[in-house]
Design a protein around this ligand. Structure first.
Ligand code: BMA
Length: 906
């Protein structure tokens, strides 16, 4: 069958309007960039996206398949398989990744295209090992899902019936073959732990490392054309890559905009005129250059004339994210316009500060944006689906919005997933979400044979070019935990073999990746790993003795056994880039992927979804330290109570730990402290299962995410106990200084009215600091309040300025475990939905203090203004922000409310 494909009508981007006789060059990999050519079709683009054919190796299955897409999605859409996430289907559908698959497309190519001097076949993403054939002729091979592949095909094209086939090798078999060929020595780990039910040798294939299973995700090693495919035809030159970044000369307070282009040129062109124009900043310059034949890089610097007028890009919470329009025109010597580019540019500086700290061994480790030290508040990002084509633009945006709505200013794109799509970084730019960008290597040793290094170098090169224009990206980091894995010997490497792996480590991350980063993007810092001791690791040959050393660099810290309410267990790190606790998602998330018998904490299903050894038991054990375990005789009630309790436990654990990091910002104790970042593990989920995430699969916020809104608030009071004393710190990430006092209300568990209130003296809270504002012996405080004890009372507190205005959220401090609390009464909570002119509201009423009140609306998409809260009043109104149209009736029907009291009060 011959399909006719349409010429692309316009660019991905929003601003360009189609003008007659303007042919548009689609550069989907450039994100916020628009390119078009004037006065004649210099470049033509023919998309080959759309419906292709797909079959397996023995052709027992043959079906239509969408491109971009993947085999699993195609099989599901055509009814050959059910939802891969349903129950145990990850095991049932293992055969899909053990088979080889072929994608094929038949298409016509116009004379216009074929008459161009050069026609390229461009594949933006091929997952992963494949051979590509056009009209029966091999055009090339692929071995890396993170690369764009480009093949010249002009002479292979015919008019009507062109057949393009892409033969995919099973990724699992390919990885095994590569491992076998690497006979000199093993490159551990050979396989994931059994509990992950995954595939082996993922470190031998340049594919999302988590696709062979992870401790929060299933094994679905997919195959397919996961990004677009197109023909690009041109006569003179083609803009292959484009990037722009600002440089700031502090001495002269002057900005320069660097514009870089990679041009693919068919003949020497003298005197090409390149004009750069940022009209809003009255800056324009024309450069004349000779363009060589072949692929070459051209770099131009535009001085910004009104540097003092430049509005800076700031991280969320610290200012806006203004952008400017950059217009580029390229003309031939005789003044004929060849093409134009329009792009967004942003101005900001970034530095990673590692310098001696007075009174401390070690080095500081923090980011300075536009000269200002910024405390990183955020989380870690994992792939939002096993099948990337299933991630809708809306879902992606909603996740990123959820991050900024929880007062985050950073996400770390973790090295075991994928380099995210352009829309991800565009949105981060817009939202002021900084990105800590890992290269895609995680929790393993990697080979360094020539083929591997060659493909990695190309991958790294392309990703740097694709992402370096984004102000959101503040740091490159070469891998996840591989320095630590080597230093602390995760894989039990015999001493005499260690040097092999050390050498491989330095070869890959330093000699190759770091060298490339320094060469292609000197505009932002580079780290060889996370966690790392940074400059100290470098001094120790890039693998430090202890990369978790809190005196240097960033730290990952996990402890499931110790009581997470005890801050003394946490390392006082310079920057905490990973820490966390697991929880289960809501029942609503589990319903579509389970049947009745699965809905119990001891079911085979609950066990199957848990990919972290003893994870379910760890959650219960941690919960039981402070809470009663659910014991309802109703199995489904017991299950939902258990899901709820794991979320309560997780929220409370991560709150305690994050508050510890935030209050350690200005302090040095025993040389430790000056903590400048808290990124918990992990923001999002890949499927419906237990994990460290604060947002479950589908976008619903877990209790932790609601807690994050408060514990990441710009101004926050934090309480903790030290040696019988209660201390309250005021934390401020604001730019301006404040004068604040803390108001402490002491409540009895049995009474909704406070029994006494205390107010501290007003204290200076400088912008960007954490300062103690209250200190009192707990015993004295309790006696002073009258009839009060640790078991019968609890504290709520907030910050106020001299005019009595509250700053930041109300926080609370438990003086005992809720399971030991004396006087808790049944709250008999009721919740009623109503509507005002603009939104849906829930009126919550309670007859007693109720901890961790949780409003749930099942699968109605949206989120509450607040949730999981401590009810200290008789009435509270909570807004519901619906994502889809919903009504009072629908919401009322779906609404349930639960609090901790439901778990053990009659
Ligand atoms: C860290 C991460 C991930 C993992 C998480 C939870 O090691 O980098 O590899 O999912 O901890 O175990």
């Amino acid at each position: 069958m011959t399909q006719t494909r349409k010429w692309l009508p316009s660019l991905v981007n929003n601003e360009v309007k189609m003008v007659p006789r303007v042919f548009v060059l689609l550069l989907s990999s450039f994100g916020f960039l628009e390119v078009w050519s004037h006065g004649g079709p210099v470049s033509l683009v023919q998309s080959l996206d759309g419906e292709w054919k797909l079959w397996n190796s023995n052709k027992s299955l043959s079906l239509p398949a969408r491109v971009p897409g993947c085999v699993h999605t195609a099989l599901q859409e055509q009814g050959f398989i059910k939802d891969p996430y349903f129950r145990f289907n990850d095991l049932l559908y293992e055969w899909i990744s053990l088979d080889n698959w072929t994608y094929a497309s038949t298409f016509a190519v116009s004379k216009e295209v074929r008459s161009k001097q050069k026609v390229l076949l461009v594949l933006d993403g091929v997952d992963t090992a494949a051979s590509i054939w056009l009209n029966g002729v091999s055009v090339g091979h692929t071995d890396n899902m993170f690369r764009q592949y480009v093949f010249p095909v002009r002479d292979l094209l015919t008019g009507e019936e062109n057949v393009l086939t892409v033969h995919f090798l099973s990724p699992v078999l390919y990885a095994a073959q590569k491992r076998k060929a690497h006979s000199a020595y093993a490159v551990p780990p050979e396989c994931p732990p059994d509990v992950q039910k995954g595939q082996c040798h993922v470190n031998f294939i340049r594919k999302a490392q988590s696709s062979f299973s992870w401790d929060w995700g299933p094994s679905f090693p997919g195959a397919g054309l996961w990004k677009g495919v197109r023909l690009e035809a041109f006569d003179l030159l083609r803009l292959d890559r484009f990037a722009t970044f600002p440089l700031y000369d502090a001495k002269h307070s002057a900005w320069t905009l660097v514009v870089e282009m990679l041009l693919d040129t068919l003949q020497l062109m003298n005197g090409v005129q390149i004009t750069l124009d940022v009209p809003e900043l009255l800056s324009r310059a024309t450069f004349s250059t000779n363009v060589r034949q072949g692929n070459a890089k051209y770099s131009f610097s535009l001085s910004i004339n009104v540097s003092s007028k430049v509005k800076l890009w700031w991280p969320n919470g610290l200012g806006g994210q203004p952008s400017y329009r950059l217009l580029i025109t390229v003309c031939s010597e005789d003044g004929k316009s060849l093409y134009s580019v329009r792009s967004k540019v942003y101005f900001r500086t970034v530095e990673l500060v590692q310098e001696p700290i007075v009174g401390s061994p070690g080095l500081s480790f923090y980011f300075r944006i536009n000269g200002k030290p910024v405390f990183l508040k955020g989380s870690n990002w994992i792939p939002a689906h096993s099948f990337q084509d299933r991630v809708t633009p809306d879902a992606l945006r909603e996740l990123l919005r959820s991050a900024t709505d929880a007062n985050m200013n950073v996400l770390r794109v973790w090295g075991g997933g994928v380099y995210e799509r352009d829309a991800f970084y565009d949105t981060c730019d817009e939202l002021g979400l900084m990105v800590w960008q890992d290269f895609m290597f995680a929790c393993a040793m990697y080979p360094t044979d020539d083929d591997f290094l060659r493909t990695v170098r190309e991958e790294v090169y392309q990703q740097i070019w694709r992402l370096k224009s984004h102000p959101s990206v503040i740091v490159w980091s070469a891998n996840n935990e591989n320095e630590a894995a080597l230093a602390t010997d995760w894989f039990h490497i015999p001493g005499w073999r260690r040097s092999i792996y050390l050498k491989d480590y330095v070869t890959l991350y330093v000699n190759n990746i770091m060298t490339l980063v320094k060469q292609e993007d000197p505009s932002r810092p580079f780290l060889a790993s996370s966690p790392t001791n940074g400059a100290e690791s470098e001094r120790e040959g890039y693998v430090a003795d202890n990369p978790y050393d809190p005196r240097y660099g960033d730290t990952h810290f996990y402890s499931y056994e110790a009581d997470c309410w005890d801050w003394r267990a946490f390392p006082r790190a310079r920057l905490a880039s990973e820490y966390g606790f697991q929880s289960w998602p809501s029942l609503a998330a589990l319903l579509p992927v389970s049947v009745a018998e699965d809905r119990s904490f001891n079911s085979r299903f609950a066990d199957h979804r848990q990919h972290h050894l003893d994870g379910n038991q760890q959650m219960l054990k941690q919960a039981s330290i402070h809470f009663p375990l659910p014991n309802s005789s109703q199995p489904l009630t017991r299950f939902t109570h258990t899901l709820y309790l794991t979320q309560v436990t997780q929220a409370q654990c991560v709150k305690t730990q994050t508050e510890f990091y935030r209050r350690s910002r200005s302090e040095l104790l025993g040389g430790l402290g000056h903590t400048m970042g808290a990124l918990y593990w992990q923001l999002n989920d890949i499927w419906q299962g237990p994990s460290w995430s604060s947002i479950e699969f589908g976008g619903k916020w877990k209790m932790l995410h609601y807690f994050a809104v408060d514990f990441f608030a710009d101004v926050l009071p934090v309480a903790f106990e030290d040696d019988g004393e209660l201390l309250i710190y005021a934390i401020s990430d604001l730019s301006q200084d404040l004068k604040l006092n803390v108001v402490v209300s002491v409540y009895k568990w049995s009474d909704l009215d406070p029994i006494c209130m205390l107010r501290s003296k007003s204290a200076a809270v400088p912008g960007g600091s954490a300062v103690p504002v209250f200190k009192r012996s707990i015993a004295v405080l309790l006696v002073g309040c009258g009839n009060c004890s640790r078991l019968s009372c609890l504290l709520a507190f907030h910050l106020e300025d001299e005019n009595g205005a509250r700053h930041g959220p109300v926080n609370h401090h438990f003086l005992c475990s809720p399971k030991d609390a004396v006087g808790l009464r049944p709250p008999n909570i009721t919740a009623k939905v109503r509507e005002n002119e603009t939104e849906l509201l829930v009126d919550v009423e309670s007859q007693a203090i109720a901890p961790f009140v949780w409003l749930d609306v099942g699968d109605v998409e949206g989120r509450f203004g607040s949730n999981g809260f401590l009810m200290l009043s008789r009435k509270k109104t909570v807004a519901f922000h619906a994502r889809r149209n919903t009504s009072v009736t629908q919401l009322s029907r779906a609404l349930t409310v639960i609090s901790l009291s439901d778990l053990y009060l009659p």
